[in-house]
Design a binder for this molecule. Sequence first.
Ligand code: SME
Length: 165
Amino acid sequence: MIPDARRANYESLLRDARATLAGIDDPIAVMATLACLIYRAVPGTSFAGFYRVVAPRLLRIGPYQGPLGCLEISFDRGVCGAAARDARPQLVADVHAFPGHIACDEGARSELVVPVFDGAGTLVAILDLDSHALANFNDDDRDGLERLVAAFAGAFAVAESSAGL
Ligand code: SME
């Protein structure tokens, strides 16, 4: 997709998400709906979903679309772990070149992971996109998805099992 079209795609995705989720502040409903909208809107995406922070340094699968994801990922492991550990996006053009990449799906070749924060700025989840194509995602995807999850920060809260940590 050409750069302008890619950026326009995220503007339209954000509009759709805001319209669909108007008045909804349930974090699971928001994550499930965003995963569905992202999976359909971002070309080349094989997996789109959330891993929630459920304990110190532990991610557990949340709402997603695509093939089976790993159930739990420690902050010490993989691309998702790196994004959670540093609370920064990870844009990986070739997952085989990423030390410690976790191959939940043998066909995955590139990946984009963005951290998800609640309204107070606490990391509550990460959003993971995988593709079977090399270098499927770029900076525009990263920016678009960061903006998208930031728009729903008010609906996200720390998972119950980790509340008070
Ligand atoms: N590849 C990821 C694991 C998550 S799945 O691919 C759904 C990683 O290395 O963190």
